[in-house]
Design a protein around this ligand. Sequence first.
Ligand code: KG4
Ligand code: ZN
Length: 331
Amino acid sequence: MRVLGIETSCDETGIAVFDDEQGLLSHALYSQVKLHADYGGVVPELASRDHVRKIVPLIKQALKEANSSVDDIDGIAFTKGPGLIGALLVGACVGRSLAYSWDKPAIGVHHMEGHLLAPMLEDDAPEFPFLALLVSGGHSMLVKVDGIGQYEVLGESVDDAAGEAFDKTAKLMGLDYPGGPRLAKLASKGVEAGYKFPRPMTDKPGLNFSFSGLKTFTANTIAAEPDDEQTRANIARAFEEAVVDTLAIKCKRALKLTGYNRLVVAGGVSANSRLRENLAEMMQQLNGEVFYPRGEFCTDNGAMIAYAGLQRLKAGQTEDLEVKGQPRWPL
Ligand code: KG4
Ligand code: ZN
């Protein structure tokens, strides 16, 4: 069985072909980062227009690289939500139109299910059940995963997502969009300087997150300190440590609650090396294992959508061909 996957929920056009016997046959990605950089963030209207420009050439490229003709494709999976409505509609329209004209089933995939299954594309894929920490620009959540479609959200952010906190904090440090990786780079030049950043919501029970206070704390720290490069790097480091530590504390708590010893970390922030180091150490101490997607599949991509779509297709779940997007959609 072979599925074409289409991801257009935000600022990346990702297309891939996944085969359940041969694995990932191709993946093509176009990032709009340069387009949005001048504006300091994603401009939804520009994002939709750029998806329109790139989607068909990328589909052709992915099919060619997968050595697949239309006849070899058993279904078309597209990201149905959550995300930017205009951007989602591009993928939904193209996905459903191809399904209609090729007479194949269409499969609407939840973007966060795509992220949480992304480590399944690796050779050392985790077995079910596991705990998933999903940390992206739009979401931070802890999910108990017992199988395909068997998800229980144990906790999520009550305000900014982890990636959003990175991006907003980077912006107030004067760093360009996309701020997360830039802030992480600056933090790597920082040293421990005695800043006492809070670990939000760790002193009371529960698995929810809150990151917006850390952004304010950073703003106040910057205002109180000298304006030089090393001080900025030290503050960036303290901010990053606070986010990473908070995520690790909540993961440990959720692992204890579920009794699971496998942790999956996915979404854009899972590319963060400090987070990876911290969680690797923690899982070693807990005698457990931690799994990540490869670097390029931490952020948005078509491969995770093709994979998730194939699992849904195998379970007999397909979509009608009515064209609609779902900008808000709980997991
Ligand atoms: O999963 P993703 O590509 O898009 C969403 O679904 O939101 O995640 C993008 C987010 C951005 O907020 C970006 O700043 C963050 O992931 N990010 C990072 C790093 N790389 C990407 N945050 C911290 N450290 C990184 N190395
Ligand atoms: Zn994403």
